[in-house]
Design a protein around this ligand. Sequence first.
Ligand SMILES: N=c1c2ncn([C@@H]3O[C@H](COP(=O)(O)OP(=O)(O)OP(=O)(O)O)[C@@H](O)[C@H]3O)c2ncn1[C@@H]1O[C@H](COP(=O)(O)O)[C@@H](O)[C@H]1O
Length: 110
Amino acid sequence: MKTDVLAELAATLEQRKNAAEDSSYVASLHAKGLNKILEKVGEESIETIIAAKDSVISGDKSDVIYETADLWFHTLVMLSHLDIGPDAILDELARRFNLSGLDEKASRSK
Ligand SMILES: N=c1c2ncn([C@@H]3O[C@H](COP(=O)(O)OP(=O)(O)OP(=O)(O)O)[C@@H](O)[C@H]3O)c2ncn1[C@@H]1O[C@H](COP(=O)(O)O)[C@@H](O)[C@H]1O
């Protein structure tokens, strides 16, 4: 899995916190504040849902991929605004995966 892309993007997003607003989309979002960032997360969530529904009818999944990338991107900006790195989310997913792995091992040994 290409987690290096996530790490490199997260590092760029951190740098953009201090960039000039007019030269960077991410810097302009930070300057507008958390409510604007959350508005974008909400918009991209709805666009992802619509793209997923449409893909079932059209059979074309390209818009789902495009809109999900927009959603993940804006979610990363939200996390960065709150000083949360993507590793915190990956650690939480890993913790849940390991827990369910333990459940599976326990049920197999019964
Ligand atoms: N991955 C992305 C990325 N994905 C989506 N977007 C932007 O997110 C916006 C998507 O919102 P919309 O579709 O609603 O478009 P919009 O109408 O222009 O947005 P609004 O005016 O409504 O805010 C577009 O402006 C896209 O360009 C991104 N902008 C930047 N990045 C990455 O972030 C890095 C830093 O970007 P800058 O801050 O622009 O340097 C770049 O190197 C890229 O790798």
